[in-house]
Design a protein around this ligand. Structure first.
Ligand SMILES: *[C@@H]1O[C@H](CO)[C@@H](O)[C@H](O)[C@H]1NC(C)=O
Ligand SMILES: *[C@@H]1O[C@H](CO)[C@@H](O)[C@H](O)[C@H]1NC(C)=O
Ligand SMILES: *[C@@H]1O[C@H](CO)[C@@H](O)[C@H](O)[C@H]1NC(C)=O
Ligand SMILES: *[C@@H]1O[C@H](CO)[C@@H](O)[C@H](O)[C@H]1NC(C)=O
Ligand SMILES: *[C@@H]1O[C@H](CO)[C@@H](O)[C@H](O)[C@H]1NC(C)=O
Ligand SMILES: CC(=O)N[C@H]1CO[C@H](CO)[C@@H](O)[C@@H]1O
Length: 870
């Protein structure tokens, strides 16, 4: 947008007043011209620094000014610099945009003008014009489709300036010749008249449509102006308009909601004015809202809220804490910045960026910096011409190891795989078919087979630990309030006011269809039976020597916390698998934790299970924050002694961390990873069943891995299974997730059952399905597996839900060291010994000898004194 008028000032004069032009009414026009000599370059740089973003600076330099100085001036924020022809050529060759340059003509003869114009598209400045007719003729000839033409006058009188204004030339007029006082003597030029010289009205009443905005450009309302009201506005420095009924309208004169004028400008075709103002009082609208289109939204609204909180924050409010606790604010900004870096989906990124803006703006407002200041700064940076290198400071490079966005190449693949695939994504497909990669073991090296059996890489735990640690710390130190904050944030359950739902649970929170309730009851009863059978009805008693009785008896772990994940699936079965054994074991206090839905509620199935297993409470939280609450306790969450249950990587990391903290005094069930299944099939297997088992695991999540070991199958038989996988997958509602997990899933073709079991034991699957001849006998060679499903009539899903075995199983190869959740997971075994005098005599000699060898004399004497020997 070409300016209507440049106010020419003498830098030396204006720089004497510290405020420069800012205190002058002329700043409302927003365009200043000043001459810079090689001697005043520094002065000009200072001037730019103070005014950039407030008004546009046009600078005229002399032929002696160096190119480097011109570039520095542009870099410091000069809107345009008026230069000589040779400077222009040099600057263009240095890749300075011609939009930032104006060619100053050496003279004003016809030849000089024509020569200068020849072929160039750069703006023109013609200096000290005295022959107005010549310039006028020339402007008319060129029409309006030409670069901007700036004109200064040998004798700037109202008539000359207006004549060129009307031809859309841009007059450059010395400040001392201009006036904003309509009553001043006639030798001065009225700024209002000059601005309005080229304005047009498309209205019968001749008024000018006027848009009023705030400094951020948010529309406050629509009004009308006349040349008179514009003049009054400039004179008073306030928003003054023309009311269609009441004449001149000094906005806020009666209500007190006045406006400080910031700038006045015309739109591209000069038929609409824009007033930028600082609104005072309650707002622009007569309804006392910020704008005539309602209240502010977005960043403007946030700024308004923070500013009012700063003025009078409710005591104890979070914002007040942030204003008063610089350390907390610093930590939040760093935390949110990290979370933004780690965000992946559009929703996550918007969510995290909003959080970061919130804390960043809090920092600004607390220091008296406004959004307007920030945006001025952005604008100033946007017109820099020297490139910033943009590298990160060394202290921050460590947060982004090796690759960009802090994610290593390997992790990138993994992260990408965590996003459900779209229909058009080739992931997991080959020639349009959903298919697992196939390896024939006899044709591959053992190293290849080992490497394809690797689980998909987990995101390095350091990253996760760095995210999880502050969460645990916050919940540990701030209890409920931190727990709620994270739940509001991560689960969007912003309406939640208490993090705990206590028993007895209201019946309306566990309303289920009769079918669902029956299914849960059946599963409950089977799981109960199987786990009750695992209990030892009487202690183990062994007399190891005459009179030496050793006993082992069990006691339930008193307080257990059961984590039931939320997320993409509703998991009442997990609540059953964790809760029933706890109940059978006789744990005194059972607490469930599960992330609430966005409305703050918990699925009724889980509440019902909690009720059936006699849980004391449900903690309405998920993730690391729930684990921390269970481990340390909060005002309303009871501390527990052991935390069990599956979860995502954050839950897993949090469990590892709290179990490692001796102050927490809490243990965990086992390390966990994404779910997995390994199916062994031979020629007796039914391809339909095999494919269905593979897919029932693949639909858990894109992280899941499924493996097929095909024993002695020929091409026809392999094809049959692959066809089924593709066809059944395509009919699944969760086909997009299936594609993601199939992408890192494989088929191994081998010759013998022995080889198949060797591969399976090396992999140590969470679920092992044996669809082979005489499956029962194969179980004997199972060394490592979470749970085994024997024969073609035993799909994995029965174990997942209702058969009775638990489904909380070791994944990620941990089946080599750990058992799945079982009754023993909820028990401690205590031993006791009880000797008769006779017994001590029998065993005493051995004790005394070993105590002597270990030089623990008091140990020895505890026996010798009792036996009266030396
Ligand atoms: C992180 O990895 C290290 C080394 O691989 C391991 O010792 C540690 O237990 C892991 N920590 C967590 C929280 O998974
Ligand atoms: C466990 O605690 C020790 C000592 O506090 C620490 O060095 C170690 O890194 C911790 N391990 C995990 C997995 O957090
Ligand atoms: C694969 O084996 C089946 C059953 O023994 C047989 O019917 C089929 O012809 C074989 N296919 C090939 C390609 O050898
Ligand atoms: C689950 O429970 C059973 C029986 O309680 C237990 O033996 C096993 O270790 C756990 N995992 C499996 C394989 O079901
Ligand atoms: C020790 O065991 C014996 C036999 O098992 C029993 O008679 C006796 O009461 C026990 N003594 C104590 C102190 O428990
Ligand atoms: C009233 C008037 O002179 N309007 C002119 C203002 O300038 C534009 C070009 O920028 C012309 O198109 C108008 O005719």
């Amino acid at each position: 947008m070409a300016p209507a008028l440049l106010v020419s000032i003498d830098l030396a004069t204006y720089s004497k007043s510290t405020q420069g032009l800012q205190s002058s009414a002329l700043s409302y026009i927003g365009n200043v011209f000043t001459n810079v000599t090689p001697e005043t370059v520094d002065l000009a740089l200072t001037h730019l620094q103070q005014s950039v973003g407030r008004y546009a600076n046009y600078l005229g330099v002399t032929s002696l000014t160096s190119i480097d100085d011109v570039i520095s001036l542009l870099d410091a924020g000069a809107a345009k610099v008026f230069v000589t022809r040779s400077q222009l050529d040099e600057l263009l060759s240095r890749k300075i945009s011609q939009d930032r340059l104006v060619l100053a003509l050496p003279g004003n003869t016809k030849e000089e003008i024509i020569n200068a114009i020849g072929g160039t598209q750069v703006d023109i400045y013609t200096h000290q014009v005295s022959d107005l007719g010549l310039v006028e003729a020339w402007l008319k000839e060129y029409g309006t489709d030409r670069p901007d033409v700036f004109v200064s006058f040998a004798n700037p009188d109202m008539n000359s300036v207006l004549r060129l204004s009307k031809l859309a030339a841009i007059p450059v007029v010395p400040a001392e010749k201009l006036t904003v006082d309509p009553k001043s003597e006639t030798s001065s030029l009225s700024v209002a008249k000059l601005i309005m010289a080229n304005a047009t009205s498309d209205r019968p009443d001749g008024l000018y449509t006027t848009l009023v905005t705030d400094e951020r450009g948010v529309a406050l309302g629509l009004v009308y102006s006349s040349e008179e009201s514009v003049a009054e506005s400039l004179r008073t420095g306030r928003g003054v308009y023309q009311s269609r009924k009441r004449g001149l309208w000094y906005k806020g004169e009666s209500s007190g909601d006045i406006q400080e004028l910031v700038s006045i400008s015309l739109d591209c075709d000069s038929d609409c004015l824009r007033f930028v103002v600082r609104q005072k009082g309650r707002g622009f609208c007569h309804l006392a809202t910020a704008t005539c289109f309602g209240e502010y939204s977005g960043l403007s609204k946030l700024q308004q809220t923070l500013q009012s909180r700063k003025a009078s924050a409710p005591e104890g409010s979070y914002t007040a804490r942030l204003f008063n606790d610089a350390q907390l604010l610093r930590a939040k900004i760093l935390e949110e910045a990290t979370e933004l870096c780690d965000a992946q989906t559009k929703e996550e990124i918007a969510f995290e960026a909003a959080d970061l803006f919130y804390f960043a703006l809090t920092k600004c407002i607390s220091a008296g910096v406004s959004l307007e200041d920030v945006e001025r700064n952005l604008d100033a940076k946007s017109i820099k011409v020297k490139r910033r290198k943009g590298d990160a400071k060394p202290a921050f490079i460590q947060f982004a190891p090796a690759q960009s966005n802090g994610v290593s190449e390997k992790e990138k693949v993994k992260e990408a795989a965590s996003v459900p695939k779209s229909k058009s994504d080739p992931a997991g497909t080959k020639d349009g078919r959903i298919t697992m990669r196939r390896y024939i073991t006899s044709q591959e090296t053992p190293e290849t087979i080992t490497s394809v059996l690797q689980r998909p890489s987990q995101r390095s735990n350091e990253t996760i630990v760095n995210i999880v640690n502050p969460i645990i710390h916050a919940v540990k130190t701030r209890g409920d309030s931190a727990l709620l904050e994270y739940t509001h944030k991560f689960d969007r359950a912003t309406s939640l006011t208490s993090p705990v739902l206590r028993a007895p649970f209201p019946p309306e929170l566990m309303k289920l269809s009769p079918e669902t309730q029956h299914a849960i009851d059946v599963s409950f009863s089977n799981i109960y039976k199987f786990h009750a059978a695992q209990s030892e009805d009487k202690p183990l008693v062994v007399e190891t020597m005459p009179g030496v009785t050793c006993t082992r008896f069990s006691r339930p772990i008193e307080r257990v916390g059961l984590y039931v994940p939320g997320g993409t699936a509703v998991l009442p079965s997990t609540a059953l698998m964790l809760g029933v054994p706890a109940m059978v074991a006789g744990c005194k206090k059972i607490v469930l934790a599960s992330p609430p839905r966005a409305d703050g509620s918990i699925t009724p199935e889980i509440v019902y299970v909690a009720h059936k297993v006699g849980a004391e409470a449900i903690v309405l939280a998920g993730g690391a924050q729930a684990v921390a609450a269970l481990a340390y306790g909060t005002e309303s969450v009871s501390k527990v002694d052991k935390i069990l249950g599956p979860g995502n990587q954050f839950v897993t990391a949090a469990k590892m961390i709290v179990s490692n903290d001796t102050n927490a005094g809490v243990s965990i069930d086992m390390p966990a990873g994404p779910s997995e299944v390994l199916v062994i099939a031979d020629e007796t297997s039914n391809p339909v069943f095999v494919a269905s088992d593979l897919l029932s695991q693949a639909e858990h999540g894109v992280d899941s891995q499924v493996i097929l070991i095909a024993v002695g199958l020929n091409e026809t038989q392999l094809q049959a299974i692959e066809n089924e996988v593709h066809e059944q997958a395509m009919r699944l509602p969760r086909v997009d997730i299936v594609r993601g997990s199939i992408e890192h899933s494989i088929t191994l073709v081998c010759e013998t059952m022995e080889e198949a079991m060797e591969l399976s034991n090396a992999y140590a699957p969470e679920h092992l399905i044996l669809q082979v001849r005489d499956a029962e006998s194969v179980v004997e060679s199972v060394e490592n597996a979470g749970s085994v499903f024997v024969g073609e009539w035993t799909p994995e899903s029965v174990g997942d839900y209702s058969a009775g075995v638990n489904h909380s199983l070791p994944t990620y190869g941990y089946a080599k060291q750990y058992s799945g959740v079982n009754l023993a997971s909820y028990l401690k075994h205590i031993t006791s010994s009880n000797l008769t005098k006779e017994g001590l005599r029998n065993v005493g000699g051995a004790v005394m000898e070993l105590a002597r060898v270990e030089q623990l004399e008091a140990h020895r004497r505890a026996v010798s004194l009792r036996l009266g020997v030396e």
